[in-house]
Design a protein around this ligand. Sequence first.
Ligand SMILES: Cc1ncc(COP(=O)(O)O)c(C=O)c1O
Length: 497
Amino acid sequence: MSPDHNSGYPEESLDPQDWDELRSLGRQMIDDMLSYLQTVRERPVWSPMPEDVRAAFQEPLPRSPVKPSDVYRDFRKNVLPYPTGNIHPRFWGWVIGTGTPFGMLAEMLAAGMNPNCGGFDQASTLVERQVIDWAKEMLGYPSQASGLLVNGGSMANLVGLAVARQSKADIEVRRQGLQGVSRRMTLYSSVETHSSVAKAVEILGLGSQSLRLVKTREDFSVDINALAATILADRAEGLKPFCVIGNAGTINTGAIDDLDGLADLCQKEGLWLHVDGAFGALAALSPRLRELVKGMRRADSLAFDLHKWMYMPYEVGCTLVRSEPVHRGTFSLIPAYLARTKRGTSAGPTPFNEYGIELSRSFKALKVWMSLKEHGVDKYGRLIEQNVDQAQYVAKRVETSRELELLAPVPLNVVCFRFFSPELDEPALDRLNEELLLRLQERGAAVLNSTKLHGKYCLRAAITNHRTRREDLDLLIQEVIALGKGILDEGFIGNPR
Ligand SMILES: Cc1ncc(COP(=O)(O)O)c(C=O)c1O
């Protein structure tokens, strides 16, 4: 600490007093984390947290300094051993990506630079622009579209639907809000649509009852005839239909709506088409799968995630919008202190804060930019195909096992199934499978999650994992059958038919 000659008080900063000490700790951290990633397969997927570890998070607010090496020791003892498990080769719950070692390093570089990516004439802005241009090319989306990196699919849906509302409202919705509308604005999507869409609709003040959830066909894709009929009926009631949300990969089963059919309908009815392609949009990276989602290029806005099926470290999602002026018109608000200048730090193209909600933004683009260069986009396409083939493999194993039952078609990377015994009725099957899922997780053998389809409790595996191998899936099948039989033998479920 050097004395401050003006005030007489010593001046402080948060930089280390001993840079060499921190440098050597930093090297140790990188080394440890790379070894941690390298050996992930040797550990359980997930472990329940002991009570004394939970109690460690009730510490009083630190008032005085703790040595960085001691802080790191606490991290290694209490934090590192209790992850979600999603970096493990046998994690297939929800739709959670794995991250990569190089992605981790890129995050460290981004944090070191620590730029604010809300705007400014800086290289990070150009990196993000390039990533968005690459995203459009990868997904076959029009090159003149605008885009924004956001923290995930939920925010990407919110941004897309905000632009839809702005574009289709009969009033100046930013000034008047929805207080000014004379006809209630309504949106349409299938019952299989992700809950983040309903959340976005609520936050946008549209009201969840304005989101019409339409039935699906056998394959869990939206029934377009029912959707068109609902629009007609709503118009006849004096409502104002304005937007359809199509799914490129539903959360429950990976079902893909007929996106071209929806685009035709929206064109005919003058509606905005938003596609939630959180993970399914990335199928476009595979020449073999691309056809399944090709209709999404006709969407007015498209939401997808890079932290799911592009295996990028959390967080990074993206919204693309066909019309840049409408996108900017939804969010641009420039007070004097944010005015752009012709030269200097505030020069440059339209700042990203004018395309979304956040003003201050992290350098999410760097890990995407570096990872795409590291592997090349073709490799991502191959990994996505690999995951789809692995899902088909699980489906086959399920279909050929007497003890298992497949509960939905598998168009992409999601498999819904259950342990089955003809001796049990439906409620007992639900209870058995629920117990089975928890035991599977608690043993650390694999992580699946559950969902309900046609009222039946399902075990659900969504493979967005570049580390998974066939042997992992064989182990899954083996464990599920053994656990199911074990629970049956224990008489835990009771209630035989
Ligand atoms: C289809 C779909 N949409 C939206 C989301 C929300 O994405 P995020 O969790 O990144 O906010 C998910 C998450 O799994 C999803 O599967």
